[in-house]
Write a protein that binds this ligand. Structure first.
Ligand code: SAH
Length: 224
């Protein structure tokens, strides 16, 4: 794991502690469960070796296939905004490296994670197995259509931007359920919390952000 030029185990731990205090707690992330889980999860293991020196950098990092693992602060903000309870059934759209899925599992969720790029999903399966994280069910497919085999969900987290909230995701969200996803143009989105209550859908904007595109039947077309 620690090839030439890469930090050794202790340095990773220190980098992780610094990330939690400077990038997360220092910027207002207060949920102690989220902070604890991010302090425990070895983010470097989810990042390709060539990029590993950026594992705890304050930015998104490439993971191959033109995709990225989100910036730590954004992961924390989205996870905190989910208001997760142990045992919740959660759909994670855009498995990517598997980091977000692992985090949700550490927080006690029953995780279904869907990814459209089979190679990324396979690599995430291997990473989770190497860390002994057995909970998440990883699926290959178009997550803009949700994941009917695991529905309905208490929570849905989407780590890729779409022009609008996909109807299929809303349909697979339980009453009083809640979803967090970036909505907007391809180049800039707003992170939005979507709640379902009394048959109504309420959207609350959180912050501007820039995610890779959600590509699928209820999102951006594959040639965008
Ligand atoms: N949560 C990831 C980062 C996700 S990046 C992590 O922790 O590493 C966004 C991911 O969404 C990319 O891997 C991309 O391939 C995937 N994606 C894009 N459109 C998708 C779709 N319709 N269904 C499933 N995954 C999709």
């Amino acid at each position: 794991m620690t090839g030439a030029g890469f930090p050794k185990g202790d340095s990773w731990r220190q980098a992780r502690r610094d990330m939690v205090s400077d990038q997360l707690r220092g910027r207002g992330i207060g949920d102690r469960h989220v902070l604890g889980a991010m302090a425990a999860l070895p983010r470097e293991r989810f990042i390709p070796p060539a990029m590993r020196n950026l594992a705890y950098a304050d930015r998104a990092v490439p993971i191959g296939h033109g995709q990225t693992i989100s910036q730590p602060y954004i992961v924390a903000r989205m996870t905190e905004a989910l208001n997760l309870q142990p045992g919740h059934r959660v759909l994670d759209v855009g498995t990517g490296s598997g980091y977000q899925a692992a985090l949700l599992a550490l927080l006690g969720a029953r995780v279904f994670s869907i990814e459209r790029i089979a190679e990324l999903s396979a690599s995430a399966v291997a990473t989770l197995a190497s860390l002994g994280i057995q909970g998440p069910e990883l699926v290959v497919g178009d997550g803009s259509l949700g994941c009917p085999s695991g529905a309905p969900f208490d929570r849905i987290l989407v780590a890729a931007g779409a022009p609008r909230v996909p109807v299929s995701l809303l349909d697979q969200l339980k009453e009083n359920g809640q979803m967090v996803m970036p909505i907007g143009r391809a180049s800039l989105q707003i992170l939005v919390v979507v709640r379902r209550c009394d048959g109504q859908t309420v959207e609350t904007p959180i912050l501007p952000c820039r995610f890779v595109q959600l590509i699928g039947a209820e999102a951006w077309g594959s040639r965008c």
